[in-house]
Design a protein around this ligand. Structure first.
Ligand SMILES: [Zn+2]
Ligand SMILES: [Zn+2]
Length: 402
């Protein structure tokens, strides 16, 4: 396909998003006003799938056994690449859309619809994937991981999404995360009359808590290790030697192998503490989300399209080298297929994520404009990939080499 045809299509998808502006803003607002926790996003999933179906997408609801997940697809002229745009639409307890996922949903919807309008001039397929419970609530928690395990992302040539933020950037790393749960079992007894007959599970948990925190001193500084935890069960009354205590930890790092090694050491802290106190312990370790595998060629396309749209995006290489702050199930997508995530600025620096202020920012003119720009950039990047298979090839080669 000639360069001018591709540029023509990229202009058309921008116009298509523009023509949907009002509806996309309405949907962003509606989701804001009707926040639903993860795995319970029934209204959001219904709204989005209905919208996609009305626009000619083939929609599979309750995708992969998850009631609020969906797969919407729109085919082009012939065989070609398969590009997925990911939607999230779960909210948080207390702060509603404090992570701005209402805008992720609207931008994915807008991008999908825009690309579908030019699919008669492209080969391949555009997908809009409804991925619930990113914030980890309910049975569909981390749905992208469930989809990864069931092989969805292996069947996709590239995955794209945008997320609200306080900056414009692409290609930022994320942390892999494991959870470690330690259940200590002791023996109850009268805390004054017969403490010698008891085994204090809370003391074992306290030792394990302290030992786990002491690990941090020896942590590799280039691996961005983060350990955070609580003692979630700690006895029933002060005059009973606690029979049961539970610690819950999150262990995160940008280095997947190192993370596994550290999780092993955290487990050792639990065992050592139990041994010291004569208690029993059961440790449950679970990989939650993987660290992102960055894809430079794909990120460059998304970055370049934001630039075309007049956004001052942070330097790509600098973003890629930046310190990873949080974890996302998009990390697991990026380990299976070339993937790029862009951050769209909806609020000023200093407004914390997961807050009411951030939720409010998602429905301001600035927030809604960022969503529209995000939708355009996603659609333009999908066109770059479908119209020019060399771009997909570059992303795939980079993926295989890293
Ligand atoms: Zn969040
Ligand atoms: Zn989020």
């Amino acid at each position: 396909m000639s360069l001018s045809v591709k540029e023509d299509l990229k202009r058309l998808v921008q116009e298509a998003v523009e023509s949907e502006r009002e509806r996309l803003c309405e949907i962003s607002l509606w989701l804001y006003e009707n926040p639903e926790l993860g795995s319970e996003e029934f209204k959001a999933a219904e709204l989005l799938t209905r919208e996609l179906e009305d626009r000619g997408f083939r929609v599979e609801r309750e995708f992969m056994g998850m009631p609020t997940a969906f797969l919407a697809s729109y085919r082009g002229r012939g065989e070609g690449g398969r590009v997925a745009i990911l939607a999230e639409y779960d909210a948080l307890p207390g702060v509603g859309h404090g992570c701005g996922h209402n805008l992720i949903a609207a931008s994915a919807l807008g991008a999908g619809i825009a690309v579908s309008r030019v699919m008669d001039r492209l080969d391949g397929e555009i997908l809009v994937v409804g991925t619930p419970a990113e914030e980890g609530h309910g049975p569909s928690a981390g749905s992208k991981v469930i989809m990864a395990e069931k092989g969805l992302w292996d069947s996709v040539d590239a995955a794209l999404m945008v997320h609200p933020s306080t900056r414009w950037s692409v290609g930022n790393p994320s942390l892999g995360i494991w959870t470690v749960r330690m259940e200590f079992e002791g023996r109850p007894s009268h805390a004054a009359a017969s403490p010698h007959e008891g085994i204090n599970a809370l003391n074992a948990a306290t030792l394990a808590y302290i030992a786990t925190h002491m690990l941090r001193q020896e942590a590799r500084r280039d691996a961005n290790l983060v350990i955070h935890g609580i003692i979630s069960e700690r006895g029933l009354a002060s005059n009973i030697i606690p029979e049961r205590a539970v610690c819950e930890f999150g262990v995160r790092s940008s280095d997947e192998e190192y993370l596994e090694e550290m999780v092993g050491k955290v487990e050792r802290c639990a065992e050592g503490a139990a041994l010291a106190m004569g208690a029993k312990v059961k440790v449950t370790k679970r990989r939650l989300y993987s660290a992102k595998k960055l894809n430079e060629p794909l990120s460059e396309l998304l970055w370049g399209n934001l630039r075309i749209l007049g956004v001052e995006v942070e330097d790509l290489k600098e973003s890629m080298r930046g310190i990873p702050l949080a974890s996302t199930d998009f990390g697991d997508v990026s380990r299976r297929t070339p993937a790029a995530e862009g951050y769209i600025k909806i609020a000023e620096e200093g407004i914390p994520g997961h807050s009411r202020e951030f939720a409010q920012a998602s429905i301001t003119p600035t927030g809604l404009e960022a969503m529209i720009i995000g939708a355009k950039a996603l659609a333009m990047t999908a066109v770059d990939l479908l119209a020019d298979p060399k771009n997909l090839e570059r992303a795939r080669k980079y993926f295989q080499a890293h």
